[in-house]
Design a protein around this ligand. Structure first.
Ligand code: GLN
Length: 473
């Protein structure tokens, strides 16, 4: 068995026995990257010699990090030209936590520019391909993390999720992706897209690894005033309990027209399986769901326009050399440094926040955001969890939606509400289409109750074999 194909928890026993070494794992990852990544383009920054050097001096599992999470002295560019050459002077808190566990940082994964997107087509390094079908997108914006884990170029990886960017690519690549509760994981050192929505989370080959990685990166951090001082449960141990008697809601708004037939069927089959395992599933309603996409694209772009104001050629990365004055330098740097989607969002967000429109757009969006949150508050008084499809369709063809931002924005119709409400969600494999494209099941939970959704996910995974099928790349 090749080591790169294993999970972290599968590697523990042979490591303990001394049958394999940490360097062996690293070597097998490097070999896989060299073999496959020319085709996939999942990795944005990779320095083989440096990775091996780090492996020699630490005892831990190798990990890949999304390119928007700061790693001291290593390229961190959000896959944007405007951060060309940027090497942060400090580590994100999640990186400090991983290093404390001995993890070996292997490199950075490709992503949509500044995490704007659902297909990893807007990266300045070019599109990442889906390991199940190289003509298709891997989802986004953490498409690089999902593709490298699916293709066994990694044991596991970190992604970030603002409106679905961990769960949707996990779904489209057939891996596990978890967005934690807002405040569970420190955002310190995560280059901000939309500060009230962003969370860092694990992308893994199975649920147990997601539990291990979540435990490692969670916890209160003084450097992030929105991180919450809640005890971190022992997820890997707790998820193994059965799910008998759990009440699961199935929101009717998530089975709308436009959802792919094969996706719908796979999710309905998964719900049946959960019932066989002892859960009670029941149709229910989240009445404000239809407004989620509109609300998200006002809130997220408003925050993005503000967060991206700092990239002006003065402090970070790229600076235009064509400028004749300071103002000209700001303008030319931003003109040449940002891609089209980043510019679209800056314009949209600035408009929504501008005086005269603020009340009509931004403020109204915040009010509807509260209604969406209240839908969940009410639902979770009755249900322990909610299950839905993760994405309305399987992976689409490269180029299919990139000319039409509105259709692209609908890719996250089922994932966005969780970010608006701040609740946790996980996507796990639940089937394949006839064309052999992965389908994902989303499980949403109460704030700070990652334990229950991981427990449902674990029990489902143990009873099925979807996560064991690998792409032929
Ligand atoms: N696809 C959504 C967007 O384009 C979500 C992205 C994300 O979660 N970072 O904004």
């Amino acid at each position: 068995m090749k080591l790169n194909t294993l999970t972290a928890h599968e590697l523990i026993a042979p490591l303990d026995k001394g049958d394999i070494s940490y360097i062996d794992i690293c070597n097998s990852i490097i070999e896989a990257v060299e073999q496959k990544d020319k085709k996939l383009n999942a990795i944005a920054h990779f320095d083989k010699a440096a990775a091996l050097e780090r492996a020699k001096s630490s005892k831990g599992i190798p990990i890949f990090i999304k390119d928007n999470i700061c790693v001291k002295d290593e390229l961190t560019t959000c896959s944007s030209k405007i951060l060309e050459g940027f090497r942060p002077p400090y580590n994100a808190t999640v990186i400090e936590k991983l290093l404390a566990e001995g993890a070996v940082l292997m490199g950075k994964t490709n992503m949509d520019e500044f995490a704007f997107g659902s297909s990893t087509e807007t990266s300045c390094y070019g599109v990442t391909r889906n390991p199940w079908d190289l003509e298709r997108i891997p989802g986004g914006s953490s498409g690089g993390s999902a593709a490298c884990v699916a293709a066994d170029e990694a044991i596991f990886a970190l992604g970030s999720d603002t409106g679905g960017s961990i769960r949707q690519p996990a779904s489209l690549c057939g891996v596990v992706g978890l967005k934690p509760t807002y405040g569970r994981v420190s955002r310190y050192g995560l280059i901000a897209f939309a500060s009230s929505l962003d969370q860092i989370g694990p992308v893994t080959k199975d649920v147990e690894d997601a539990a291990i990685l979540l435990k490692a990166i969670s916890g209160h951090d003084q450097m992030d005033s929105t991180s919450v001082d809640e005890a971190v449960p022992d997820y890997p141990a707790l998820i193994k309990k059965d799910i008998k008697g759990l009440k699961i809601g199935v929101p009717k708004e998530y089975f709308i027209k436009g959802t792919d037939k094969e996706v719908k069927q796979a999710v309905l089959d998964a719900i049946k399986k959960l019932e066989e395992l002892g859960a009670r599933c029941e149709e229910m309603s989240l009445p404000h769901t239809e407004y989620a996409v509109a609300v998200y694209y006002l809130v997220a772009t408003a925050e993005a326009s503000s967060n991206l104001a700092r990239f002006d050629g003065v402090q970070y990365g790229f600076r235009s050399s064509q400028a004749k004055s300071v103002i000209d330098m700001y303008k030319k740097t931003r003109q040449d440094g940002f891609g089209d989607e980043a510019k679209r969002r800056i314009i949209l967000g600035t408009f929504a926040l501008s005086s005269g429109y603020y009340d009509a757009y931004y403020l109204r969006a915040l009010k509807v955001r509260t209604l969406i949150k209240q839908d969940f508050d009410k639902a979770f008084r009755k249900y322990d969890a909610i299950v839905t499809p993760t994405s309305p369709t399987p992976a689409f063809k490269i180029g299919e939606k990139s000319k039409d931002p509105l259709t692209m924005y609908l890719s996250d119709i089922f994932t966005i509400s969780a970010n608006l409400a701040g609740i946790p969600g996980v996507s796990i494999p639940c089937g394949f289409t006839k064309k052999k494209l992965p389908i994902g099941l989303q499980i949403l939970g109460k704030a700070f109750d990652e334990e229950t959704i991981l427990r449902i996910a674990y029990n489902y995974e143990q009873a099925t074999a979807w996560h064991k099928t690998k792409p032929l790349i």
